[in-house]
Design a protein around this ligand. Structure first.
Ligand code: ZN
Length: 263
């Protein structure tokens, strides 16, 4: 797999809010949820990203070897290719949403859109169902199935405490209809359009306080980060969340309508 230039370029690791931290690169978002009983890593990204993520965790004052659970936004290489390496380094349990687990186990075999895409296969220790919780110490994450982009695409939600307030963090799995995605008569993913519709309904139903996602670009990381610590938390952005989801839904509906018309 070609490694995009931003895979190893660290973004300054930082606290998002409470016990939720950003440990990803400029382009590919990775998060650390810390607890006294160990940590949860969301998105090991590329294999080449793992040392960078490890360095980010260390820089924040935590130990990478204290990662107990590895999760992902969805089983595309840019979020999961480093999973096997991260699991080996930490002995963490890998937990993947039903629908994406075979892609992770096989290293990308059977992807409905990218049949030739391959990444290092990784064992899956637990297959998650929609709405299931992942608990570690005091941290409780909920796996919200938001399929379409992949069959097991997962939006993670968790409650974090900051300055006496409890905030709902929403890490969007992906609302994107990639170039080449067939929303109509897709034999390898017959329910894709209905899945996207369900995804948008679910994302709209979430009352997000902290707006986050699988890529920093989803939520304007580069623009928001410089404002951190200077006034209100820039990631606290319920309006930005709503308008992002609405604009992505419009994008999906436009592509769906165009593909139906072309049939
Ligand atoms: Zn993707």
């Amino acid at each position: 797999m070609a490694i995009p230039v931003f895979a190893e370029t660290p973004f300054p690791p930082h606290k998002v809010a409470g016990n939720l931290y950003y440990v990803g690169s400029v382009e590919y978002a990775s998060y650390l949820v810390t607890t006294p009983q160990g940590h949860i890593l969301i998105n090991p990204s590329f294999e080449e990203s793992v040392p960078m993520i490890e360095a980010a965790v260390t820089k924040l004052g935590f130990q990478f070897t204290d990662v107990r659970i590895i999760l992902t936004s969805h089983a595309h290489g840019d979020h999961i290719a480093g999973c096997a390496l991260a699991r080996k380094k930490t002995n963490a349990k890998v937990m993947i949403m039903s629908g994406d687990e075979d892609l992770v186990r096989s290293g990308g075999v059977g992807d409905f859109q990218y049949p030739d895409s391959r990444f290092p296969a990784c064992a899956v220790d637990r297959v998650l169902k929609d709405g299931e919780q992942v608990k570690l110490g005091t941290a409780v994450l909920t796996a919200v199935l938001t399929p379409g982009h992949t069959k097991g695409c997962t939006t993670w939600t968790l409650r974090v405490k900051e300055e006496g307030r409890e905030l709902l963090a929403v890490i969007i799995g992906s609302p994107n209809v990639n170039p080449g995605y067939r929303l109509v008569e897709n034999e390898l993913y017959p329910g894709i359009a209905d899945d996207y519709k369900k995804t948008f309904a679910r994302l709209k139903a979430l009352k997000a306080d902290l707006f986050l996602g699988a890529h920093g670009a989803y939520y304007g990381l580069e623009e928001k980060y410089p404002r951190l610590g200077r006034g209100p938390n820039p990631f606290l952005d319920p309006d930005g969340y709503r308008s992002y989801v609405e604009s992505k839904e419009q994008e999906f509906l436009g592509k769906f309508a165009a593909q139906r018309k072309a049939k």
